[in-house]
Design a protein around this ligand. Sequence first.
Ligand code: DP6
Length: 429
Amino acid sequence: MSEQQKQQTAKVYEVTVTAPVNIAVIKYWGKRNKKLILPTNPSLSCTLSQDHLHTCTTVRASPTFDRDRLWLNCVEERIEASERLLNCITATRQLRAELESKDPSLAPLSKWGLHICSQNNFPTAAGLASSASGYAALVSALAKLFELPLSEEDQSKIARTGSGSACRSMFGGFVAWQAGELDDGGDSFSYQVAPATHWPDLHALICVVSDAKKGVSSTSGMQTTVQTSELFPTRCRDVVPQRMEAMKRAILDRDFETFATITMKDSNQFHACCLDTYPPIFYLNDASRAIIQLIHAFNNQKVDPATGKPVIRAAYTFDAGPNAVIYAPKGAMRELVQLVTYFFPKPIDRPSQAYYSDQFGLFSESEYARLGSDIYDESVAEFKDKFSVFPPGAVRRVIHTSIGDGPRLLTSHSSSLLNDAGMPKRARD
Ligand code: DP6
């Protein structure tokens, strides 16, 4: 073994990153190419803060690893059983091999085994989509480990082959995924419309409506929609392109009213396409529909004296499940949290802190103690007589968060999810 080879073998080649969750305001639904995950329409999302929700992933390459292994939330998964994992690992490894063939002084990482350990900081039982943050973290970590000279846009093309929505988690702030036209997917990537700092006043309230696993996965549901819905082609052709342009403008202008109106209409049309799928797909439940009505009532409550029109102060959106995400200016969140926690009391077995924790200090200690049993802001007290209170636990958890940045590299040794031997620090059999 040469001196250089000895040094390379002794060195630890490891990277740890975190990547964020994103929630679309113009929904991706439908693929024109299932293998490459190419969408039928462009989409746009907000990246949520990693301080509250993220996937953390450590990747290590070593000549002592006899094969690639992956642990997800402490449980080992079979990489070879997942075409999507293989897409991301193979693509990045191949690019590394090309670099190594051009520069023989590079350590031959492309020939070594990989150990990958990935953990979400939110419970899987929360029912939040984790594939977007998961694949974004994986691709970002591999690109750094292999020192690939790839832009975030290029990385987003690889993350897209893991899960479509993952390509949008490669950036922070407000992110568009252009559908592209090429057959090889070369022009189907995401890009940043505006960074998180552009609109710090925009916050999000996630209402976890159900812990139950969803019946129809987005992957299979969207293909049935493509095959059977008559409304769907109209959405792709006549609705989404205009909405994309109007939404980008609204974000750049920080025009909440337009942002909110398009967000709600697009969520509704996506779920209308699901209902128009044959057989129909139902993602919303009674609690989801009650949240929709509550938000419309909230938006009708205040009238602008200058225009005589209601002031839109909140927008709901729903992915392929019953959980609501409510986007609103920070100033409206105090009232919204009171409404949601009052009409959807916490599960009996859950401590208040685990149901809603006051991350932004909206409430005094005594207010927080009464949260869920009372509405104490006069401005929204009138709602008590207008809606019925749901049984405890119809909403299991309420998470208040803001817009955040893209994948982060963690440099401290203690952030690694692998121990010195390259095995998970935390694992379950
Ligand atoms: C409703 O990205 O989970 O959340 O590409 O098959 O992995 P695959 O699907 P996925 O679909 C997300 C659908 C959605 C809308 C959205 O995020 O844009």
